[in-house]
Design a protein. Structure first.
Ligand code: SF4
Length: 282
């Protein structure tokens, strides 16, 4: 018998290709994950990334019929079968909190991202999943300028969905170090503006303590300056600060520690002073 716990994020627990269950402590129930990046490919390489054998690249061509079949089958098992019993899920956790497009790489790199979002929305609607459960896209936000991604966000918005937009640094050096990305603030602001004009968008900041350097003053200052600009120019209101919850699968893992909670909480207070709703989670 398998046991699904908050620490078990094994994407193979149900033997599906695209659909996987996660018991989410943060969400307080079952999160149904959708993984388009079955090749473990991403256009970034974050040093805290938990994807094993991460490669540089995009999501491969998707089999939409298989995605639909798996999601139908899984929802049927959760809603009408004995999924929770088989997985030993505690009673208070037996609720579908969200369907989250996340997975082993950047989901918006899928060539027909909008079609895949439509398939998920259609099957969730057939099963009366929304609006009781949320529809979430977890993204690094770097490809929002693509038309297919914006079309996908429009569908997400039709189902009151949310974009969780990763922003782990607001400096060139910080992004190069943490995300191995050369993206500049101008491009990030443009994509944040596009995303938040289409669909409710939240910023997710992952802070890690690299080589025991703690939270560098240059990073703190970069964030506060950039967030001031974001506040003035976008509709974004919510920011979550989090840290390493599980070991990184990247070579830098040995040099990484979770950021101290008090450092994250103090930073959240500073962000609140800019007018955002900001909080830190351990
Ligand atoms: S964006 Fe996400 S999947 Fe891509 S490297 Fe970073 S943490 Fe991993």
């Amino acid at each position: 018998m398998s046991t699904l716990t908050v620490t078990n994020h094994n994407r193979n627990v149900t033997n599906f290709t695209y659909v996987y269950p996660v018991l989410s402590r943060r969400a307080g129930g079952l999160s149904i994950g959708i993984n388009f990046n079955i090749n473990n490919a991403c256009n970034w390489r974050c040093i805290y990334c938990q994807v094993p054998d991460l490669k540089l690249g995009a999501a491969p061509e998707i089999n939409l019929d298989l995605l639909a079949k798996e999601l139908r089958q899984f929802l049927n098992d959760v809603l009408h079968g004995d999924f929770y019993e088989r997985m030993n899920v505690e009673n208070e956790q037996r609720v579908i909190k969200d369907i989250a497009i996340a997975g082993n790489g950047e989901p918006t790199s899928l060539a027909n991202f909008d079609e895949a979002v439509q398939v998920i929305a259609h099957i969730a609607t057939e099963n009366s999943i929304f609006p009781k459960s949320h529809f979430v896209l977890i993204t690094n936000g770097s490809l929002i300028h693509r038309e297919t991604v914006q079309n996908g966000l429009k569908i997400l918005n039709d189902f009151s969905g949310e974009v969780w937009f990763k922003m782990d640094s607001a400096t060139k050096e910080g992004r190069a170090l943490v995300n191995n990305s050369a993206q500049m603030n101008e491009a990030v602001l443009k994509n944040l503006t596009l995303a938040s004009n289409i669909c409710s968008t939240k910023i997710q900041i992952c802070l890690v303590d690299y080589q025991q350097r703690g939270f560098l003053e240059s990073e703190r200052e970069g964030f506060l300056n950039f967030l001031t600009e974001i506040k003035a120019k976008t509709l974004i209101q919510n920011i979550t600060i989090y840290t390493l919850a599980r070991p990184s699968h990247q070579p830098e893992a040995i040099d990484l520690k979770p950021m101290a909670l008090d450092v994250m909480q103090n930073f959240a207070l500073e962000i609140q002073k800019l007018g955002f709703d900001a909080y830190a989670v351990a």
